[in-house]
Structures are given as C-alpha cells and as structure tokens.
Design a protein around this ligand. Structure first.
Ligand code: NAD
Length: 267
C-alpha cells in the first residue's frame, strides 16, 4: 500500500471540519497529523468526532501544527476572515492547501496561485465539493443545448439567507454560456400574484423553495415536444461533500499552482 497522505484539518471543531476529521481518521490512504480549531479546546481529535482517541490533540496554534505535524496537505473549513491567512501560512510551510471555506476574492486567488507556484506546490479552492452537484450543473448545461426551454428549482432549509442559492446561480451561468439566447414563455403572460413565476435569469426562471427539514436539493427541468427531462441532485448531509474533499487531497499532490473550482477535476 502507498504511504498515506499526511493531513492537517483547520476548523476541526466546526460542522464541516468534524466530517473531515472523521474522513481522515477512517481512511487508510490518509493520516491525521494535526487538528486546529480556535474554539474547540485541547481535546483529542478522535473524541471530538465520536471516534476512539487518535493521539492528535486539537490546538489553536496553526504554525506549531505545521512545524510539528509536517502535513502534506491542509484542509480548511473555517471562516472567510481567517482562511486567506491560514492558506498563506500553509504555503509558507510547503503544505498544500485544500480550501472549502467560501468568500475568496479573485485577487486573493491570484496571489495564492503565485505563492503556490513560487513554492512549487499545488492548491485547491473549491466552493462546492459535492461531486453530484457539479455533475448536475455540467449535465444541465449540456442538456440545454438540445432542450433550450428549462426552469431551475432549488430547495434549501428555511433559515438560508440568500436566494437563489449560489449553486443555482452557477448553474444558470453555465447554461447561459452554451445556450442560444431565448426568452421563454408567453410574452403576454401576467403574474396574478407577484413572484409566482420565480426569478428571471437569461430567459428562464429560477424558483427557490425554503422549508425546515430540507438540506440542499436542486432540479433543472427541461421541456421539449411531448417530453420533459429532469436532472436532479439531492444533498442530505455534510458527509456527502467528503468524497470530493478526499479527491481534492489526492489531486493537490499531483500539480503546481492554485486551482479554483472542483469542476476542474471532473471531465
Ligand atoms: P462552522 O462555523 O461550523 O465551523 C467553523 C470552525 O472554524 C469553527 O469551529 C471555528 O472555531 C473554526 N475557526 C474559525 N476561524 C479559525 C481559525 N482562524 N483557526 C482555526 N479554527 C478556526 O462552519 P461550517 O458550517 O463548518 O462551514 C465552514 C466554511 O465552509 C464556510 O465558509 C462554509 O461556507 C464552507 N462550506 C463549504 C462547502 C464546500 O463544499 N466547499 C460546504 C459547506 C460549507
């Protein structure tokens, strides 16, 4: 068996970070060498996620974690305020960053790409690690060339602040890139109740459903002569992001520079 990739998890006490700690502890191709969180306290990382103790104590000192643990890869699920500095620190120590934290600016990504190239290491910033969600977006963009009439419906929990979701917007952008311009529906259509036809984007409509009990789902419905096609993705829990995180950890070992977007790894 090949040597496991040494991983440091930053934000180890958070909702996503705990899933990553579990992933790393339970996967023989990965080895947890450091767990960093600024508010979890000095607990064993295994106990923190409900697994047997693993001998790695959660620390709040990122630099010490890099010096002592000597990780190959850092996985960061923290906050937009700290992720940029964490990433710079990782690159400084030749640790390849895999970043799930959202909110990086294009300038920051460019700067981090430069730093990765200078150190000769790979990095990944991926706002969505769900392989299924990325395939759903790609398939929808492909289908829109043959079925140009479509609507997007996305479903999220009732406490979500933004509508439509980032994934719905990204899907719409990808569709518009490939689809010939087309304003769908009857030009004389009237909305009896305002908003009932959803949000308008590039000729089609996006509908946002918000309900308790829902995690994250999206479907793109295409209508043609005598037929409809539905492309749908359902996320039920955070564990669904983990196959993507693992692929990211493996991929960053193979190239130099910072890649933005997990879709770059999926043909
Ligand atoms: P969370 O609030 O549950 O966890 C964040 C954790 O990071 C907390 O435990 C906090 O103590 C810790 N933290 C904050 N700053 C730190 C620092 N400087 N050093 C060490 N630890 C620090 O948040 P979450 O729900 O796990 O989400 C984290 C990020 O991941 C958000 O930006 C979210 O948008 C993003 N996210 C990305 C994906 C994806 O697929 N890429 C999926 C879900 C969430």
């Amino acid at each position: 068996m090949s040597v496991p990739i040494k991983v440091a998890v930053i934000g180890a006490g958070g909702r996503m970070g705990k899933e990553v700690v579990k992933l790393v502890l339970e996967d023989q191709e990965l080895e947890l060498v450091a767990a960093v969180d600024r508010s979890a306290g000095e607990v064993d990382a295994g106990s923190l996620v409900g697994l047997p103790t693993c001998g790695v104590t959660v620390t709040s000192d990122l630099e010490l974690a890099f010096v002592e643990g000597k990780p190959d890869v850092m996985v960061d699920f923290t906050t937009p305020q700290s992720a940029f500095m964490n990433t710079e620190m990782a690159i400084k120590h030749h640790v390849r960053p895999v970043i799930g934290t959202t909110g990086f600016t294009p300038e920051q990504i460019k700067e981090l790409d430069k730093q990765c190239i200078e150190k000769g290491i790979g990095g990944l910033i991926a706002p969505n690690f769900s392989i299924g969600a990325i395939l759903m977006m790609k398939f929808a963009a492909q289908a829109s060339k043959y079925f140009p009439h479509l609507e997007i419906i996305e479903y999220h929990g009732d406490q979500k602040l933004d509508a439509p979701s980032g994934t719905a917007i990204k899907t719409a952008e990808m569709i518009v890139e490939g689809r010939k311009e087309l304003r769908q529906g009857n030009p004389n259509e009237e909305e009896i109740i305002e908003g009932s036809r959803g949000g308008y984007y590039g000729g089609f409509r996006i509908h946002s459903v918000r309900l308790p009990g829902v995690f994250a789902q999206q479907e793109v419905i295409f209508g043609g002569f005598g037929q409809t096609l539905k492309i749908r993705h359902d996320s039920y829990e955070r564990a669904g992001y983990m196959p993507g995180v693992k692929l990211g950890i493996q991929k960053v070992m193979e190239y130099t520079g910072m890649i933005y977007g997990f879709d770059n790894f999926i043909d």
